[in-house]
Design a binder for this molecule. Structure first.
Ligand SMILES: *[C@@H]1O[C@H](CO)[C@@H](O)[C@H](O)[C@H]1NC(C)=O
Ligand SMILES: *[C@@H]1O[C@H](CO)[C@@H](O)[C@H](O)[C@H]1NC(C)=O
Length: 311
């Protein structure tokens, strides 16, 4: 009889605890965005991954033809054109923005989801990359006039300041908003397949011949990864924007980080106690007696999740 009661009690306890941990895990989900495939967003442009081709594996780079509609491209240029400022680079040591001869374009940042079109494209980027919207920086619109360029560089940072929010940049989506008559190619000077890209028949600039190159084509988007799958930086992701020789170049860049870029690290997502007494309290049954404080509720996570073994 006594054994049965104990068994019953144990069962109830297990049910109760598993219920708690289900609650805690659904809580965590609410805090992260859900990646949805937008089939037909603001301009009814469907997400169609069959338009994607792999262009290089070292570095990992992919091209998506007609990722943006012409209307979306024109809209981005309209949003940016009166607000351009000289582009900056991050100082290697301090991370501060400085002017540099290696980058001569002008540009500006949109706001995230600043209108329906921007939000639609951000959702599409997330669907394509499988990376959450909140890990992205706001889009940067760039304008390159005759002779303007960005010398080969990496999109990951060397300084700590630029990694404080969101950590390393893992990937970049570079969207071409205009056609360029000559020059303005994106070049990967270290791509392992640079020698095998045929360059004889097409009208490539000298700069483009120094690596694997992608011609800017209105609406196309280039995705490349700055980190290896094991999260170390990929030196082969070196890339540049060749000088524009004829015409002008407009592009939009979305940099994506390994963590949330919208708000400082949510350290409560880590499995840890936030009070030195958690272990003692848990041992004396507080996880069950006082679950809101210890484990959390729909309002937020509790303070002793590690000791209560819900994470
Ligand atoms: C920045 O630092 C990295 C690593 O120390 C180095 O490879 C790179 O050339 C530096 N870049 C500039 C612009 O000084
Ligand atoms: C990470 O992956 C890269 C590419 O495969 C490899 O070269 C590098 O040695 C790896 N580094 C670690 C620490 O595993």
């Amino acid at each position: 009889m006594g054994f049965r009661v104990l068994l019953m009690f144990n069962l109830l306890l297990i049910l109760f605890l598993s219920n708690l941990s289900i609650k805690a895990s659904s809580l965590r989900k609410i805090r992260e965005s859900v990646i949805r495939l937008p089939n037909g967003d603001s301009y009814g442009h469907p997400f169609d991954p069959t338009r994607v081709t792999q262009i290089s594996w070292h570095p990992r780079a992919f091209l998506y033809r007609n990722f943006l509609t012409d209307q979306e491209c024109d809209h981005f240029i309209q949003l940016a054109k009166d607000k351009l400022e000289k582009s900056m680079v991050a100082d290697n040591e301090s991370g501060k923005s400085i002017e540099s001869e290696v980058r001569t374009s002008s540009g500006m940042f949109l706001n995230k989801a600043q209108d329906e079109v921007v939000a639609g494209v951000e959702a599409r980027i997330s669907a394509w990359t499988f990376l959450p919207v909140e890990n992205g920086e706001s889009m940067q619109i760039l304008h390159y006039e005759n002779g303007q360029k960005y010398e080969p560089h990496w999109d990951y940072f060397h300084d700590k300041a630029n990694q404080a929010l969101g950590g390393h940049r893992i990937a970049t989506v570079l969207m071409y908003l205009s056609n360029v008559q000559k020059g303005g190619e994106t070049v990967f000077p270290e791509s392992e397949i640079k020698e095998s890209q045929p360059k004889a028949n097409e009208d490539w600039s000298e700069c483009a011949k120094k690596g694997y190159a992608v011609k800017p084509k209105k609406g196309d988007a280039l995705l490349f990864f700055s980190l290896h799958p094991n999260a170390t930086t990929d030196v082969l992701s070196l890339h540049g924007s060749c000088p524009v020789i004829e015409g002008e170049k407009w592009s939009a860049t979305k940099w994506i980080h390994v963590r949330n870029f919208d708000k400082p690290d949510d350290t409560s997502d880590e499995c840890k106690d936030e009070n030195v007494n958690c272990a003692t309290w848990a041992a004396s049954g507080e996880c069950i007696k006082n679950p809101v404080y210890m484990v959390g509720s729909a309002e937020g996570l509790g303070y002793c999740r590690k000791s209560c073994k819900v994470c």
